[in-house]
Design a protein around this ligand. Sequence first.
Ligand code: ATP
Ligand code: MG
Length: 631
Amino acid sequence: MTYESFHRRSIDDAEGFWAEQAELIHWHQRPQQILDYSRPPLRKWFVGGETNLCYNAVDRHLATRADQPALVYLSTETGETRSYSFAELHREVNRAAAILAALGVGKGDRVVIYMPMIAEAIVAMLACARLGAVHSVVFGGFAAHNLAVRIDDAQPKLLITADAGMRNGKPVPYKHLVDEACRVAKHPPAHVLIVDRGLDQAMPRTPGRDLDYAALRAQHLDAEVPVTWVESNAPSYILYTSGTTGTPKGVQRDTGGYCVALAASMKYVYDARPGETMFTTSDIGWVVGHSYIVYGPLIHGMTTICYEGLPTRPDAGIWWKIVEEYKVTTMFSSPTAVRVLKKQDPEYLRQYDLSSLRYLFLAGEPLDEPTSRWISDALGVPVVDHYWQTETGWAMLTYLPGVELKPNRFGSPGFPNYGFNIRVINEATGADAAPNEKGVLVVVPPLPPGCLSTVWGNDDRFVKSYFSQFKELLYTSSDWAVRDDDGYFFILGRTDDVINVAGHRLGTREIEEAVQAHAAVAEVAVVGIADPLKGQEAVVFATLKDPNLVAEEAGRARLEKEVLAKVVELLGPVARPKHAYFVNALPKTRSGKLLRRSIQALAEGRDPGDLSTLDDPNSLEEVRRAVGSTG
Ligand code: ATP
Ligand code: MG
């Protein structure tokens, strides 16, 4: 089978293609209609089918792999390791589901999960799915305000949390943020269920509202909770986008379409087999965690690893130690994380037996060539970039190793994934861009199974945010892309990250790549700031491999000149930035993406805007100081 024929069929005969993929999962009631597209752009997959995500992830495997590890929880923060076979996971999920049911949680009810990376968090997600309840996992470590906003959006019956998480050896309190969030929320949950890890002795409790997980679990040790079958289009969860470009949107996911999409992706996108082990280094608070820590690998009968800890603690070999110990076959991480490791001694990679590993998949941001080369050389396995969004739930561009692994081209996340009819559109004319011409990456609807059904509670925002950019009804990714002569796609940044210098539209990412070409630069963000003459001018913010280089003014001035010259050399004089500032840290989201819009606002002396997903507040100060010092 070739990639081309596989992809072609998924578009030309979408219903036939997806009817076949639907066989990969268990249906309590078979779908009566594969696709209902009577209300574009809203669409329904597998209409009338009844299924359940928890059943497919857990119960279904009991007959064939009850004793195989399903979930391995590993914490380098607490030193704990726990392994659950499918049978044990089934028991735990039943206990949790019984607790939730006793608290009145049922089909369609929302449950907010605000938890660290512990096994109970995954058990809680599966328990919600078992009951047909809708979970909204909020990334642990978000501030009380973010949590409150998400609580009000979902209006949950229940919130599940822990006393604390642990980061870099220090407890990070969760519960008191929950209290604060419940205080400011307009629709606080009736109950807060707490997994008490004994990390926060001073944890406050509200009698009547707060409940102890361990105590309730002890009352339900032998519980068996029947699966609640739901119609394929019943919502399974709400998950907010990262907020890199604006206020996060509550992506609403269905059940049957998502289950089928994930099951198929495990075969074709990840080339993984049941019984193997997947290690995804993300967090359950992100879409990658939902799809490839929790649901995807379990639906596929794989062992999944839930890792609580940093990639560099106790040392930079920890991930590879995990790969050796658990014979990981399929690994999924992000370019940011790999760049962190790249700064460490490469010896760490050679200390462990990595022969089980077949692929490293990366997604989340552009994968630069030096990082890609470094990690592929070090691992000796294909490093597969793939491109997707919270909205889509699974990959839109990929090399598809389970069908035909095409030769890698650096900087390209590959080709349109099956099910995705992808085009590149000229922003001004709305026509298809020619090869090598930059345009907006769009998907011709109907979106395939697995992609968002709508924005939670707001079909209007769904249509406005995603389907209103062009005259033609097209799903906009809000990312720039080009397709080269051989069909490889390249992502050039976000459509709202464009700098308009005297009528020239420059992608921030192109300038960033040019700056990156200077050997002294570690990381870079480029933003456009208002200029009375030219409309906008580019400004560079960079971190350096050796900050001592700019310890003195002469060194700083020299480096600034060199960096600006590099951009001119590679992109021409129109792209010449106005300034290059050197800082110790760049503002990023908790998921590791550059917050260009906040940097830009500060550089223009404006309010930095929605900072709900900012990782390190110091980084903003750095930017503020840098801009202030030169004026
Ligand atoms: P928001 O939509 O709220 O601004 P966000 O877009 O950062 O936040 P996510 O859904 O987590 O939220 O991220 C998806 C985006 O990440 C993509 O639209 C793209 O810009 C970027 N991205 C993901 N994977 C890749 C990749 N392999 N190469 C380049 N960019 C990628
Ligand atoms: Mg986005």
